[in-house]
Design a protein around this ligand. Sequence first.
Ligand SMILES: Cc1cc2nc3c(=O)[nH]c(=O)nc-3n(C[C@H](O)[C@H](O)[C@H](O)COP(=O)(O)OP(=O)(O)OC[C@H]3O[C@@H](n4cnc5c(N)ncnc54)[C@H](O)[C@@H]3O)c2cc1C
Length: 381
Amino acid sequence: MNFDLTDEQKTIRDMCRKFAREVIAPRAEELERTGEHPYEIIEQMADLGIMGIPFPAEYGGSGGDWVGMHLCIEELSRGDILFGAILDVTTSVVGQELFAFGTEEQKQRWLIPIAQGKELGAFGLTEPDAGSDAGGTRTTAELEGEEWIINGSKQFITNTGLDNSSIVIITAKTQREPDGKEIICTIIVPKDTLGFNVGEKYEKLAMRASATHELFFDDCHVPRDYLLGDIERGFTQHLTVLQTGRITVGAIATGLAQACLDEALGFARKRLQGHRSLFEFQRVPFKLADMAMRIELARTMYLKAAWLKDQGRRHTLESHFAKLYASETATEIAAEVLKISSPYGYLDEYPISRYFKQIKLFEIVEGTSEIQRMIIARELL
Ligand SMILES: Cc1cc2nc3c(=O)[nH]c(=O)nc-3n(C[C@H](O)[C@H](O)[C@H](O)COP(=O)(O)OP(=O)(O)OC[C@H]3O[C@@H](n4cnc5c(N)ncnc54)[C@H](O)[C@@H]3O)c2cc1C
C-alpha cells in the first residue's frame, strides 16, 4: 500500500494552500458579510488551472486526477469553504457529467469553458417534492419534433443567477417511446433560454456569497440534442456524478475542520487564564489532540474514495463514508472550537463564528446525513 502523493499532487496541494492563505482567506469575512460573488478570485483560480483539474487538456482541463482535485478543494476550503462549494457543483458534478456522458459537441460547447473557469455550471435536481426522494421529480420534458418542452421548477440551485453561470443540467420526467413508460432524463438548459427564469436569491444562515436560487421552466424550449447522455439512464447518470460530489463534500468539510483547528491552536497559544496558557489546562490539549486525529481520518477517507475513483474502481461506500464522517466531524469540531474560544469566538470578527454557521450546509447538500446512513446501511446489506 502506498500513501505517497505524486509530485504533481503535492504541487497542486502546495499551490492551493498558498493561494488560499494569500488570496482567499483575507477576503472570506467580507464575502460572507456582503454575499457578493467573488468573480475576480474565480478568474485567478481559472488562470492557475484550478477549475478543471481532473479533465484532459483537450477539454480545457489541467490533465490531473481526482486525488489532486480534492487536495485542492480541501486547501481552498481551509481559506473559505465557499470556493469548495463552487467547485463541487461546477467541476465535480456538472463538468464531470458533461465529460462522462456528453456528446463531443456538448463537450466543445459547454465543458471547455467550464473546465477553463470562464463559465460556471449548475445542476438542478431538487424540487418541492424531490430531493432526498429524487424519484419524486415533477418537472416534465416533452419531445415535440426537434425540441424538448420543459415545464416545472427547481429549488435551492447553486451557481445560478450569476453573470458567469452558463448552464443548468436538470432532471425531468419524460415518456419513453414507443411504450410511454415514465422515465427521468437529464437535459442541458443554457441561461437566457426563453421560458427559463431565475427567481430571487435565497437569504441564508451562511454561505451568503454562494448564489442559490429557485428556477422556473414555463414552456421552455431547448433543442432535442441538449439531452445529456442516455435518455433512459439520466437519473442513474446524475446519481453517479453525485457520488463524486460526496467525496468533494468530504474534502470541503476536512478543510473547514482544519481551519477550525488552526484557529483553536492560535487562540490557545495567545489566551491566558490567570497567567496560564490554555494549553496548561488538560482538557484543551486533549480536545485539540482528538480534533487532529479526527481530521486526519476524514482526510484519509476522502483521499481513499478519490483514489478508488481514479483507479476506475467502485467507491460507493467510501464516498458516503467520506461525506458523512467529515461533515459531522467538522460540525462537532466547529462547536468545540467555539466553546474553547468563547466568548470571543461568538463574535463576528472571529472566523470561528462563521465556520460554525457555514458547516451546517454540508450535512444537507449531496444528501442529508440520514440519507447517507440509509445508503450505507443498504450497501452493507
Ligand atoms: C444552500 C443550498 C444549496 C443547495 N444546492 C443544490 C443544488 O445546487 N442542486 C440541487 O439539486 N439541490 C441543491 N440543494 C438541495 C439539497 O441537496 C436538498 O435540500 C437536500 O438533499 C435535502 O433534500 P430535500 O430538500 O428533499 O429534503 P427532505 O427530504 O424533505 O428532508 C427533510 C428532512 O427529512 C429527512 N429525511 C428525508 N427522507 C428521509 C428518510 N427516508 N429517512 C430518514 N430521514 C429522511 C432529511 O434527512 C431531512 O432532515 C441545496 C440546498 C441548500 C440548502
